[in-house]
Design a binder for this molecule. Structure first.
Ligand code: AMP
Length: 404
């Protein structure tokens, strides 16, 4: 393990989980990583990976502070006492920065309050992020903490892309606009693409597909996003594991009037019981592929809807950008499903887009090209690394603050 003073602890705190990584922002060396889950339940526990070994413990955890305390205890048990050795900074993933936050921000009481005040825009996420921040501040007093926002990369979206065509006064009063999410991933991956192509990001038109459990696409011109699929919330856009993505907004009042669902039930339906799960019964892509292989018609339809939606945005962004230099796939599905990549880009050679089957099917985990050599449009697979991007952002903020 390198000196703890060089390391940044990255915390991604969800409603009942805390994912964490301790890493060196410069070398990208990961000293330890893990996840606490089922916070608030009796069968809570931790899975902690350090120096090639995995430690598992199961104990009831009342809240995020108890969860983070378990993380610290597990570090200490495995010979790395975080509180006494000191870490250089803590980087927190925060889902919604609203109009307020558009760059990584050093956390103080007023920042915590402002993130908390944005909870109406991200009721599932921001309260959990705040719980993680408050716990970390308690357990690591004196260590600078930095919030890195999922929405920040998309802060400067053009007005035409970010504006919903509803009553402008209502939209202004309620903060309704397209914010976009997965920004840390889209920014990191599009930056890596420029490096891999050995091109100045300012000269590139890019489309990035982040296809994981949540899924989003972005159109990026000259390093700046000009459109993205997620909106006011992470529900808009592509078909996801359990989220519907785009639908006719008229479906909501229809469900409330005709099926007598209340607003929480509609929210639950669209966020947790829709998407691949709603259509096929499973949200995990590997399970979906298994069902398709067994001839399951609902699973095949779910897959077809998923690809159809993806191609709809591909077309929109190709035209929106007026042509594209690179198309990139990332996250669990994007990195691991050659079938999705092939189907997403099938029969587009007239647009200069041709995937090479051998490159696409190669079992390579590194960032790589999958377009035929010499193709007009580069198609790439680039593993995302949000933790590294958060660690680097936190490190930069802390170094800059120290120089003031
Ligand atoms: P993420 O949210 O980025 O962790 O991605 C999770 C999704 O990636 C799940 O739907 C997984 O089933 C999917 N996934 C992971 N590995 C594979 C794989 N080898 N083939 C297809 N899908 C995968």
């Amino acid at each position: 393990m390198s000196g703890a003073d060089d390391l940044v602890l990255v915390i991604n705190s969800g409603s009942s989980s805390i994912k964490y990584q301790l890493l060196d922002p410069e070398s990208s060396f990961v000293a330890a990583s893990g996840m606490v889950d089922r916070i608030g339940e009796k069968n809570a526990g931790i899975e902690h990976h350090i120096e090639g070994t995995t430690v598992e413990r199961h104990v009831p955890l009342a809240d995020h502070t108890a969860g983070l305390r378990l993380v610290f205890e597990t570090f200490a048990e495995t010979g790395h006492d975080l509180a006494s050795q000191g870490v250089h900074a803590v980087g927190h993933r925060v889902v919604h920065g609203g109009e307020v936050f558009y760059r990584p921000t050093l956390i103080d009481d007023s920042v915590v309050e402002a993130i908390s005040n944005l909870s109406s825009l991200a009721p599932l996420h921001n309260p959990a992020n705040v719980a993680g921040i408050e716990s970390a501040r308690k357990l690591l007093p004196g260590v600078p903490q930095v919030a890195v926002f999922d929405t920040a990369f998309f802060h400067g979206l053009p007005d035409a892309a970010k504006t919903y065509a509803i009553d402008a006064k209502v939209a202004a009063a309620q903060g309704i606009r397209k914010y976009g999410f997965h920004g840390t991933s889209h920014e990191y991956v599009s930056g890596r693409v420029a490096q891999l192509l050995e091109r100045d990001p300012a000269d590139l038109n890019q489309i990035v597909f982040h296809l994981g459990n949540g899924a989003s696409a972005s159109a990026i011109r000259g390093g700046h996003p000009v459109d993205t699929t997620m909106g006011l919330t992470p529900l808009e856009g592509l078909v996801m594991g359990t989220r519907s993505g785009d639908l006719d907004p008229g479906i909501v009042p229809h469900l409330m009037r005709s099926a007598h669902l209340d607003i929480d039930q509609v929210d639950e339906l669209l966020n947790r019981n829709s998407g691949l799960k709603g259509l096929s019964g499973v949200n995990d892509f590997r399970e979906l592929q298994g069902l398709i292989d067994e001839g399951d018609a609902a699973a095949k339809l779910a897959y077809d809807v998923y690809i159809h939606r993806l191609r709809r945005y591909l077309g929109a962004y190709l035209i929106g950008l007026g042509g594209v230099d690179a198309i990139t796939f990332t996250a669990g599905v994007g990195e691991n499903s050659p079938q999705v990549r092939a189907d997403a880009l099938a029969e587009l050679s007239r647009f200069g887009i041709t995937v090479d089957p051998a490159l696409n099917n190669a079992k390579d985990r590194a960032a790589r090209h999958i377009s035929v050599p010499g193709a007009e449009v580069a198609v790439l697979v680039v593993p995302t690394n949000e933790e590294l991007a958060i660690a680097r952002a936190a490190h930069e903020v802390v170094v800059a603050a120290a120089q003031l």
